[in-house]
Ligand binder design. Sequence first.
Ligand SMILES: Cc1cc2nc3c(=O)[nH]c(=O)nc-3n(C[C@H](O)[C@H](O)[C@H](O)COP(=O)(O)O)c2cc1C
Length: 156
Amino acid sequence: MKTLIIYTSKTGTTEKCAKKLSAALKSETRLLKLRDAAKENLGAYDAIIFGSYIHIGKVPSKLQKFIGKHPELMEKKLGLFLCMGDTAEKLDEYLANNFNERFLNHCSVKGYFGGEFNFEKMGFVIRKMIKKMSEGKELPSVKVENIESFARKFEG
Ligand SMILES: Cc1cc2nc3c(=O)[nH]c(=O)nc-3n(C[C@H](O)[C@H](O)[C@H](O)COP(=O)(O)O)c2cc1C
């Protein structure tokens, strides 16, 4: 099985998780940034996994557009994971608000990989805002065990 992981990452965490997932998968896997995926022949892959961050409840619209432009995705094995600051309880709500039901039902595994606030990669205003919002709260972290169990389920 040939697997393609297409990810989009603003401050690096989704990219890091996509790399960890790639290492955890036993099948031949290629990693591609969403911005480079337009040129890729999806026909060369049996399985495609999408990974995204969440900003203000949303995945980037470019990801939604890419999925909308490729109806052939529905003939492949699909997976989807999110990196986010919220807890796992919010995953289903974010998925339902960002992807259509048919696509979600076709994804054999949907993963919550946790997230990180990479303050050094944020602009001044956003950094201030996120620091203020997260004051006194536990900072989010990447859930490595979720990445490993995603890989097992996806290939199992
Ligand atoms: C401006 C901004 C808005 C965010 N909004 C949300 C949100 O609505 N819900 C959430 O769970 N996490 C939110 N986050 C947290 C990110 O999803 C989290 O930091 C994620 O790990 C970022 O992934 P990336 O490094 O690949 O961009 C937000 C982060 C930023 C900087």
